[in-house]
Write a protein that binds this ligand. Structure first.
Ligand code: PLP
Length: 377
């Protein structure tokens, strides 16, 4: 071990203006889950992504939960979801008592394989139940094969929920991630590309649906002088303080995307060798924010395992992390149907996420480079 300070995978990186928005909230005493920063953040997120209506919420997971409720997903319904993802994508299906049907990934983008998706839809229909929604993820900021997935969803008339939690600032064919779903979801958790210290957003072109989302997110309070409830609501709104952080963060988002992309390029140049590959944009249609740089290690060819690399980093107090463990391999999801041939499992077993924060310093990059040179010498 070492007494050198920790290098994180991805840590909060303030731009400077956040504190001004918070100060304003204090001055005006808007210390509540509503206020001018919440309204402003929603408007600015809409402008950035090109989506008309946005509800700022307490988390990305809450946003996916509300999307499922607004689509009428109930106990017994089936929802198709990318298996190779973080549990925030899929757990809301279980909150609703519905059944997740887990779909494998393709190697190129790490995201939902359109062919597997269609096979699964056909098989579920044949078994007697048409799935009601698809949850698509842009993992590590890499856009999914969006056109193909949308075409399949339209052909089978299944609603698309776009989980863009990791992909704010990414785009596909020039259109921003977060603008492709019937509902789209963003996250501002502490380790995401921008943070509100914790938060999320639900986006849609449907004004009525976003109004309903705001209603459900504030305990579904009916119009009355007292508290009257005819529907089940949640406490899912974002606070005016957190939204202030978000407004400051949005101002430097593109700068931070550029820096993460630069770091990704640096990794590719630093580790160019047999047996090592990186998650890369397949062609010019894809623009990734490269939220995290991800390395795949072919142990036979590289002469070293993913785990050996992770431990070598740890010895130098540098955080790296295996890629997401697919949901179909998780004890919690064991009983649910999975369609695929093990691509996600392979990407999990050999994948390593590398320190990628936009605040990574040159000195930190040098420490990382030293570990990599040691390993591969
Ligand atoms: C972070 C994340 C979420 C959930 O967001 P929270 O704000 O942490 O609830 C959902 N899906 C993916 C893919 C994520 O990375």
């Amino acid at each position: 071990m070492t007494d050198k300070p920790r290098i994180w995978l991805s840590s909060p990186h303030m731009g400077g203006k956040e504190i001004d928005f918070i100060q304003q909230a204090f001055t005006q005493n808007w210390i509540a889950p509503l206020g001018p920063n919440v309204d402003g953040f929603e408007k600015e997120l809409g402008q950035y992504t090109g989506v008309d209506h946005v509800a700022a919420l307490s988390s990305g997971t809450a946003a996916i939960h509300l999307a499922l409720i607004l689509l009428g997903i109930e106990r017994g319904d089936e929802v198709l979801v990318q298996s190779f993802t973080f549990c925030g994508s899929s757990n809301p299906i279980l909150y609703q008592g519905a059944t997740p049907v887990l779909i494998d990934s393709e190697r190129d983008t790490y995201n939902m394989d359109p062919d597997v998706l269609e096979t699964a839809i056909k098989d579920r229909i044949q078994k007697g139940k048409k799935p009601k929604a698809v949850i698509l993820v842009h993992l590590y900021g890499m856009p999914a094969r969006v056109d193909d997935i949308i075409e399949i969803c339209q052909r089978y008339e299944i609603s698309l929920i776009e989980d863009a939690a990791e992909a704010l600032g990414s785009s596909y064919k020039g259109r921003k991630a977060g603008s492709f779903g019937v509902f789209s979801v963003l996250s501002f958790n502490g380790n995401k590309i921008i943070t509100t210290s914790g938060g999320g957003a639900l986006l849609s072109q449907n004004e009525e649906m976003i109004a309903k989302a705001r209603f459900l997110a504030t305990q579904a309070r009916d119009t009355a002088p007292h508290y009257e409830h005819s529907e089940l609501g949640f406490n899912y709104r974002m606070s005016n303080i957190c939204a202030g952080i978000g407004r400051g963060q949005l101002e430097i988002l593109d700068k931070h995307v550029a820096r993460r992309r630069e770091i990704n390029q640096w990794y590719k140049e630093t580790v160019s060798r047999e047996g090592i590959s990186f998650l890369e944009e397949p062609n010019d249609d894809y623009f990734s924010n490269h939220w995290l740089s991800v390395m795949q290690v072919d142990e036979q060819k590289a002469g070293i395992s993913r785990e050996q690399i992770r431990l070598a980093f740890l010895d130098e107090n540098i955080e790296s992390r295996p890629t997401w463990k697919p949901m179909h391999l998780q004890p919690l999801y064991q009983e649910f149907p999975f369609y695929g041939a093990g691509v996600g499992q392979d990407l999990f077993e050999n994948g390593l996420c590398l320190p990628s924060g936009s605040n990574l310093t040159e000195a930190e990059q040098e420490r990382i480079q030293n570990v990599l040179s040691d390993i591969f010498s």
